[in-house]
Design a protein around this ligand. Structure first.
Ligand SMILES: [Zn+2]
Length: 259
């Protein structure tokens, strides 16, 4: 989630490797994954409607307990798989599940280079793997919605990969660093919005208080690659309220909302 720019540049843009995807929709009903500008501004995932309201009753998770935290993360991932697999089927796009690795060491291989210092989790498009970092500091306080939201954000990148958005961003031609940064911001704010879409769709089954969501929202801080804190909160809330990936088209949003 909070990934240094250099990692994003190397992880997201530098590689042109693609891997195959397995489909949950019968082959004749699957449409080709969109490319180029269409992938960014008129993606079929934007027209796939609201996410179905799924039940995602949170499992117990205990502070300072690696085992319960790891199984909690797997459980959140299962919820995400269920919701997004249905959504891809509605969009008639091929779907496959991402993999998950949990580590307590900075520098482990992720498939997109070493795990960077300062990041909580990263998604690698090459092996479609989410690597999640858990150290003592994180394990000390795992009962709020933070881990849940980070996982939903990383899954947002997986959604972007499968729907052709990430490959398009990665293979784009950019005139300068400013343009790269502006695109990465739209990409990151979109993942944030997609996390909100998922959280909103399962919210009623979570049994959380509104203040838990506000806490996550207020945790946002401004970075050049992820946008201003106010815009991060804007997209997270927009996704949460609308529960619809169509709310997350950051690529056609006014510049002030993606700064
Ligand atoms: Zn991200």
């Amino acid at each position: 989630m909070r990934t240094p720019l250099i990692t994003l540049l190397s992880g997201v843009l530098a590689s042109l490797l693609f891997t195959g995807t397995a489909s949950a929709v019968p082959a004749e009903q699957v449409r080709p994954v969109p490319k180029g500008k269409t992938a960014l501004v008129a993606n079929p995932i934007y027209k796939s409607g609201k996410l179905d309201e799924e039940t995602c009753q949170e499992q117990p998770v205990y502070n300072n307990d690696l085992e319960s935290t790891e199984s909690y993360l797997s459980f959140v991932l299962d919820c995400l798989d269920k919701s997004w697999e249905d959504q891809f089927s509605k969009a008639k796009l091929p779907f496959s599940k991402p993999r998950l690795a949990v580590t307590s060491r900075i520098g482990v291989p992720t498939g997109c280079g070493k795990f960077p210092d300062g990041a909580q989790a990263i998604y690698c498009h090459k092996n479609k793997k989410i690597t999640f970092y858990l150290d003592r500091g994180i394990l000390a306080d795992v009962t709020d919605l933070f881990l849940f939201q980070v996982m939903a954000h990383e899954y947002g990148h997986h959604v972007q990969e499968l729907s052709g958005i990430l490959p398009t961003v990665r293979s784009g031609k950019y005139r300068n660093d400013k343009e790269i940064l502006a695109t990465i911001r739209k990409f990151e704010l979109q993942a944030e919005c997609l996390s909100g879409v998922f959280i909103g769709s399962v919210w009623r089954s979570l049994g959380r208080r509104e203040s838990d969501f506000r806490y996550v929202m207020n945790a946002a801080y401004s970075t050049a690659s992820h946008g201003k804190a106010a815009n991060i909160a804007y997209w997270l809330t927009r996704g949460f309220r609308q529960e619809n990936p169509g709310a997350c088209n950051t690529f056609t949003a006014p510049r002030s909302k993606v700064s």
